[in-house]
Design a binder for this molecule. Structure first.
Ligand code: BES
Ligand code: ZN
Length: 886
């Protein structure tokens, strides 16, 4: 066989061949922070386990000098050199061909290489910061999922675990961090050489380095593990909150998983340019500044919660992910779904008053939303090429993943679940696991058919809607796949059904294993007419722990509406009734009138998460109604304003002394939504307070929790002939060095109803004043009026956007934020056409999903257009005095 052909067979393979297995990496790296280049060498101890003349490993964007490559086997003292060294760019593999077969057993592979500290926020990259008024570079790594290969040649797959021994040569005035503590430091003039302790075995995607100037705060866990938070010089007090959370969380996880944290130290670092929110590198967790730093005077309650949840999430990975690692990216959800779920467990334990398990429903609903698309994917998803991995860090892996875990935990019971997890962690520590490995442990501990139950949730996409009907003295249940197009899919699930009748004291639970089932609930029915007796209500999916929706027949729905009015349902169940109704409405399975009537039953609502969802629903209703029934828009808005104003008025503008965290968050969200709905009183007051703030950034008139509301209100008053408000916001943006403040401003800038102003805001996102990591903040808040201009902007700037953000997952946010709000088939066609020639594997799924959403929106618009008595109902609701005092 010709040699060339031999190499061919290694191309286009989803995974590396396993004939040599890396055991230990001895790495040397010398980054140059001014020229942004780095040089390095790797000595990799490998076990050759098969007859081979080839070593195949990953490498990308590296200059590899073929002459520097050697292989040494302990039994023969001489080094062999490969006869061919080929870097296959498309597959990101390095093929080393030797003339002789390599002897089986252990050997060492040596490679020298050079690379660039890139600007793409992945691999080994540079981030820019200011120090004493001077711009400086720091060198940072971000390897997950497949970018360790851009820093050093390696077997860059999660199952090839090895130990890492790192040596760095860096300028003597910098702080250099890696996964393990420094063992030895040698000074030599202006440079120092740091040798780090060898790590325990771990996957390549968790290796990390950070080199720059930092301050830090430090504390210890009860086991004496040193925890530090590093941030830009002068900001270290902003690290205290995260530090405290981290120390407590490590202690908590040690108890929960019954295994201590496995490294001698934990460092957490705020990185000014960072693509994700945070990254769980073993012992060296990296964060965006907004996800780690908390400023007592300028950060909001929502920022505090974000920091706590992100820290808890990344630390959960130190067990779930780092100690026990998914075998392949198909099982990514074992990492992300679990870390998401566990982070709520930790946050709930640390901050019970935040009621995070109620807030967890935000995660579930986003999972349900995405998974109702035909273009969704199963939790366990086939991955055939590295370029497909980025896109599965999505709401299916994270939010559906976390939700099905919650469903299983609630089915098996918290104690049994915890015991099983501890035993799973122990069994697979320092190794890799697949989804079925977890099911096997849970099945053994619980004696329940976990694998059968859960396969129906992780191996097929989608989820069911359970139709509940009263029929001749029986309850009739039937499941079909829920799709937001309104079509019926043909999936079927094993559904853990729970229900309660009339009170939380009376509950039933069982597994619905078939398409339909009759339930005998004699106590529910009046024996005379076989109707549900009196005011009894039935709520399925108690506490919303199940990943499914419920469609009630009219009689059952009316019972629930009354139960909500009479305040008999828990907040989670109120959320569930509302959200299911909204989803069914969007899928044209229920009228908009019935949704609005249900919303009216929430006139006394004061629970943060429920109101927050009500706001989300209001936005969607408004933007759809604006096209479907423009003549009713003002009345619909008035109705929603009435609904929200009641709570807003109760909370007022100024924080009450000792008020709760949730009230602080709720105030901000209510006022923001009232400003966006054009509520005059809110807008005027917000603008007044904003100008007081512009004069004095420390005024008590604009505390951080209501700043976003003020910014949005200001933008509602801006138009092309009066841009004072816009310019003022930019001034605040330029003058703050707190990235949470910058984020708040960016998220409000494009909310003006004037398309010309929206265009200015979008162009500003592309300017050098906005870090690439932050541009996505600005896309979230584009006004309905700015929709068209944003699409034109995206098309015109596509080449630039694609070049700047295209190598990571942030590009998908440009597409989904700008495309998804449209609601006509013509637009869907236009969008399809535009992307037809521009799709690549890393955006393909997002493009399809976004277009599907547009088509679904279009169906919803048509359905609302044809709704008969909508006008009368809307008028009645808008005129209704929801509150006697109002
Ligand atoms: N492992 C991820 C970071 C990541 C995301 C790496 C995408 C590569 C691609 C990390 O654990 C994570 O999930 N971060 C979240 C924050 C979390 C609280 C949901 C993030 O980045 O948003
Ligand atoms: Zn994660």
């Amino acid at each position: 066989m010709a040699e060339g052909q031999c190499i061919e067979r290694f191309k286009s393979q989803p995974r590396l061949p396993g004939f040599a297995i890396p055991r230990r990496y001895d790495l040397f790296l010398r980054p140059d922070l001014s020229s942004c280049r780095f040089a390095g060498s790797a000595q990799i101890a490998v076990d050759v386990v098969d007859d081979t003349r080839f070593l195949i490993l990953n490498a990308a964007d590296l200059d590899i000098d073929g002459g520097s490559v050697w292989f040494r086997n302990p039994s023969s003292s001489k080094e062999v050199r490969p006869s061919e060294v080929v870097l296959v760019e498309d597959d990101e593999i390095l093929v080393l061909r030797f003339d002789e077969f390599l002897p089986r057993g252990s050997g060492v592979l040596g490679i020298g290489f050079r690379g660039t500290l890139n600007d793409k926020m992945k691999g080994f990259y540079r981030s820019v910061y200011e120090h004493n008024g001077e711009k400086k570079n720091m060198a940072v790594t971000q390897f997950e999922p497949v970018d360790a290969r851009r820093c050093f040649p390696c077997w860059d797959e999660p199952a090839f675990k090895a130990t890492f021994k790192m040596t760095l040569e860096v300028p003597c005035d910098t702080i250099a961090l890696s996964n393990m503590p420094v063992m030895e430091e040698k000074l030599d003039g202006l440079v120092k050489t740091l040798s780090f302790q060898e790590s325990p075995i771990m996957s390549t995607y968790l290796v990390a380095l950070v080199i720059g100037l930092f301050d830090y705060v430090e504390a210890s866990t009860s086991d004496g593990i040193k925890v530090r938070v590093y941030c830009q010089v002068g900001k270290s007090s902003q690290g205290k909150f995260a530090l405290d959370v981290a120390v407590k969380t490590l202690d908590l996880y040690k108890k929960y998983f019954a295994v201590p944290y496995s490294l001698p130290k934990l460092d957490m670092v705020a990185i000014p340019d960072f693509a994700a929110g945070a990254m769980e590198n073993y012992g060296l967790v990296t964060y965006r500044e907004i996800a780690l730093l908390f400023d007592d005077r300028h950060s909001a309650a929502s920022n505090r919660q974000r920091v706590a949840v992100v820290v808890a999430h990344e630390l959960a990975h130190q067990w779930f992910g780092n100690l026990v690692t998914m075998e392949w990216w198909t099982h990514l959800w074992l990492n992300e779904g679990f870390a998401t779920w566990v982070s709520y467990l930790a946050a709930d334990s640390l901050f019970p008053e935040w009621k995070v398990w109620t807030q967890f429903l935000d995660e579930t609903t986003m999972g349900l939303r995405l998974d109702a698309l035909a273009e969704s994917h199963p939790i366990e998803v086939d991955i055939n090429h590295a370029s497909e991995i980025d896109e599965i860090f999505d709401a299916i892996s994270y939010k559906k993943g976390a939700s099905v875990i919650r469903m299983l935990q609630s089915y098996l019971g918290a104690e049994c679940f915890q015991r099983s997890l501890a035993s799973y962690i122990k069994k697979f520590a320092c190794s890799n696991a697949k989804t079925e490995d977890l099911w096997a442990v849970l099945e053994e501990e619980s004696g329940e058919p976990v694998k059968m139950l859960m396969n129906s949730w992780t191996k097929q996409k989608g989820y069911p809607v359970v139709y509940a009907k009263v029929n001749n003295g029986n309850l009739q249940l039937e499941q079909t796949q829920f799709l937001s197009s309104g079509c019926e899919g043909n999936g079927q699930w094993i559904v853990p059904i729970t229900l309660c009748c009339g009170s939380y004291a009376s509950q039933k639970k069982f597994l619905l294993k078939t398409k339909s089932e009759k339930l005998d609930v004699p106590e529910l029915f009046n024996p005379e007419n076989q109707k549900i007796s009196g005011s009894v209500w039935i709520k399925f999916n108690v506490d919303q722990t199940g990943f499914y929706r419920v469609k009630y027949d009219d009689e059952l729905a009316a019972g629930l509406r009354h139960a909500i009015e009479a305040n008999q349902l828990s907040p989670t169940d109120r959320f569930g009734v509302l959200d299911d109704s909204f989803a069914l409405c969007m899928a044209c399975k229920q009228t908009l009138s019935s949704l609005l009537s249900l919303m009216a039953a929430f006139s006394e609502e004061d629970e943060y998460t429920v109101l927050s969802q009500m706001i989300t629903i209001s936005y969607k209703v408004i933007s759809t109604a604006a096209d479907a029934t423009p003549e009713l828009l003002a009345d619909i808005k008035q109705f929603l304003i009435n609904l929200l104003w009641h709570s807003a008025e109760k909370l007022g503008w100024d924080p009450k002394s000792n008020e709760g965290h949730l009230d602080a968050m709720l105030r901000g969200e209510l006022l923001t939504s009232l400003a966006e709905l054009g509520h005059d009183i809110t807008t005027k007051e917000a603008v007044r307070r904003f100008y007081a703030f512009l004069d004095d950034r420390n005024t008590s008139l604009l505390p951080p929790d209501i700043r976003k509301a003020a910014y949005v209100a200001v933008m509602q008053t801006v138009n092309s002939s009066n841009k004072l408000g816009y310019e003022s916001l930019l001034r605040v943006y330029r003058e703050t060095d707190l990235s949470q403040e910058k984020g708040r401003i960016l998220s409000a800038l494009a909310s003006s109803p004037d398309p010309a102003v929206v265009l200015d805001a979008l162009n500003f996102l592309l300017s050098s004043e906005v870090r690439n990591q932050d541009a996505v903040h600005g896309l979230a808040g584009i006004s309905k009026e700015g929709r068209d201009v944003a699409w034109v902007w995206l098309k015109e700037n596509w080449d630039h956007i694609s070049k700047t953000w295209g190598s990571g997952f942030l590009i998908t946010r440009f597409i989904s934020s700008i495309v998804s709000p449209f609601n006509s088939d013509e637009k869907a066609n236009e969008i399809e056409e535009f992307f037809a020639s521009r799709t690549k594997p890393s955006i393909a799924r997002t493009v399809k999903q976004s277009i599907e959403r547009v088509r679904n929106n279009a169906k919803w618009v048509k359905s609302i257009e044809s709704e008969q008595s909508l006008g009368d109902i809307v008028k009645e609701l808008a005129d209704k005095k929801l509150h006697p005092s109002f």
